[in-house]
Ligand binder design. Structure first.
Ligand code: SF4
Length: 242
């Protein structure tokens, strides 16, 4: 195994009940991202990760070893974790402690995702589907030109549809970016998947989104979320709301 002194862990939550359904998990945050989603809440990790202290891997590893008897797993999130070439090594180290591994990804590194599945060093993958898989809508949702990433997101969707691993596709539904037709189109894009989750965009207290204008948005009302849910279930009957 390699030396993890250089592993860029920029955030660590020792216990989360909400990052992995039904599991007690710690959360590791890795820096940087190739997207600039206007509603991103972790944008310091995306825009200026150097301002965040790097947490020594050994400290994280020692904590996880001491809790492995009751902790179910570790969520690796960011930023975009698949940008890190040492992600497979990080996953292996988590597995060797005896913990399950969940990966959150924006789906732009299909080969990395495929490799982790083949090596059996990941147990659950959550892939963000930011918008219907068309260049104009995706570009608007991710804040950068989607021309070069769309093919890779589609490839990741294909990798998961063909895999036996547990996974979910998920969309954070954001006023001004999504409507019912968009959600229906996304669910059509991922038809046949095991699980699709709709998450309501809400501005967290004390945490501004990347684009300050988005802090003024009112979240979708319950009846709107339910109409999205009904639209999504047309193609993905296992859709749920988180
Ligand atoms: S994919 Fe978007 S929401 Fe996720 S970390 Fe990157 S910029 Fe933020």
């Amino acid at each position: 195994m390699g030396d993890y002194l250089g592993m860029e862990i920029k955030g660590f939550v020792d216990l989360s009940l909400v990052d992995w359904d039904g599991k007690l998990a710690s959360v590791i945050f890795l820096p940087r991202c190739n997207f600039r989603c206007p509603y991103c809440h972790n944008y310091t990790l995306v825009l200026c990760p150097e301002k965040e202290k790097t947490i020594p891997f050994e400290r994280v590893e020692n904590y996880l070893k001491s809790k492995r008897d009751w902790l179910d797993g570790v969520c690796i999130t960011g930023g975009e974790p698949t940008l890190h070439s040492d992600l497979p090594e990080l996953c292996s180290r988590m597995k060797s402690i005896g913990l399950s591994v969940k990966l959150d990804t924006n789906g732009t590194r299909p080969q990395m995702v495929e490799g982790l599945i083949e090596e059996r060093i990941v147990d659950y993958i959550a892939v963000d589907i930011k918008a219907p898989l068309t260049a104009d809508k995706y570009s608007r949702a991710i804040g950068v030109d989607a021309k070069n990433v769309l093919r890779r997101v589609k490839e990741t969707v294909g990798v998961l549809l063909d895999s036996r691993i547990d996974y979910e596709f998920r969309t954070t539904v954001v006023p001004t970016l999504h409507d019912k037709e968009d959600i229906e189109e996304i669910s059509h894009n991922i038809k046949g998947c095991k699980k699709y989750v709709l998450q309501r965009f809400e501005v967290s207290v004390g945490k501004k989104p990347l684009d300050p204008a988005f802090s003024e948005l009112k979240p979708f009302a319950d009846n709107e979320i339910i109409s999205f849910f009904v639209a999504a279930r047309k193609y993905v009957p296992t859709t749920r709301i988180r």
